[in-house]
Design a protein around this ligand. Structure first.
Ligand code: ADP
Ligand code: MG
Ligand code: MG
Length: 257
């Protein structure tokens, strides 16, 4: 089974230390909810896992099945099976969803492939894409749209879920923070993630929506405060924070911020 392990991770943006010693182990098949007030460092953790160049790791380790993730370029991390859905995904005008997905899927399934070498065969890819889209109750027209170009919040979410379904990553970070989805879109996203099967990957879900967790109850809930995970619990901790906010946490860990 696969394990993503984060040990005493320190991350700085410029000369400001954002993460101050994060420890987190995600086993394949587990769902972890990451919560915490705005600015506590949740997105920074996701971006550091993906290797965003603006986020400098100043200490600690990230490993995937014992392999040093920090030594990998961002695209190697993706090929190794780590996926992140960005809070504000980039639009790629002129590139259709289907073509983007065919490249990305090929890269993950054939990690040794060199640039310019063959993609997975069109017929095979089309068939799989069609099946996955039907399963997720998505209109086939969606695959012909340009990636994130003029997408609504709900469409961006659907694009992200389609990527998850096609890429079948070992580990996925879903950063939902200010995605501005209405309740129906969140419910659809939650159902779709459950349809893909959280047992088939390790999930780290950053969310303020209890609805997103409805069909994906977290095995663990972590609370970030001031760049550290100050508390870990089960689903009941997520429920408590959704209901009552972070006052109790702030009082309990006054030195953390
Ligand atoms: P969260 O996702 O929990 O709301 P973030 O990880 O986005 O928190 O941010 C944590 C802290 O790091 C904040 O104080 C934020 O201003 C700072 N930060 C994050 N990214 C950058 C950046 N690219 N440039 C400057 N400051 C940043
Ligand atoms: Mg430390
Ligand atoms: Mg964030």
């Amino acid at each position: 089974t696969h394990v993503l392990k984060i040990e005493d991770l320190h991350v700085a943006v410029g000369d400001k230390e954002i993460l101050r010693g994060v420890n987190l182990t995600i086993n394949h098949g587990e769902t972890h909810a990451l919560m915490g007030p705005n600015g506590s460092g949740k997105s920074t953790l996701g971006l550091a896992i993906m290797g965003h160049p603006g986020y400098e790791v100043t200490g600690g380790a990230i490993t995937l099945d014992g392999r040093d993730v920090l030594a990998m370029e961002p695209d190697e991390r993706a090929r190794a099976g780590i996926f992140m859905a960005f809070q504000r995904p980039m639009a790629i005008p002129g590139v259709k969803m289907a073509d983007f997905l065919r490249h990305a899927t090929t890269n993950v399934r054939r990690p040794e492939r060199k640039e310019g070498e063959e993609l997975i065969p069109m017929r095979e890819f089309r068939k799989e894409l069609k099946e996955k889209m039907e399963h997720l109750r998505m209109d086939s027209e969606f695959a012909r749209r340009y990636v994130n170009d003029g997408f609504s919040g709900g469409e961006m979410k659907r694009a992200e879920i389609l990527q998850l379904a096609m890429l079948q990553p070992k580990f996925a970070v879903l950063d939902e923070t200010d995605s501005g989805l209405d309740a129906d879109a969140v419910r659809l996203a939650s159902e779709s993630i459950a349809d893909i099967g959280h047992q088939k990957m390790g999930l780290l879900i950053i969310t303020h929506h209890d609805k997103l967790l409805e069909h994906n109850p977290p095995d663990f809930t972590h609370v970030m405060l001031g760049g550290r995970l100050v508390e870990t619990g089960g689903k009941e901790l997520a429920d408590e924070l959704h209901r009552h906010g972070y006052d109790r946490i702030r009082k309990a860990y006054p030195e953390a911020e």
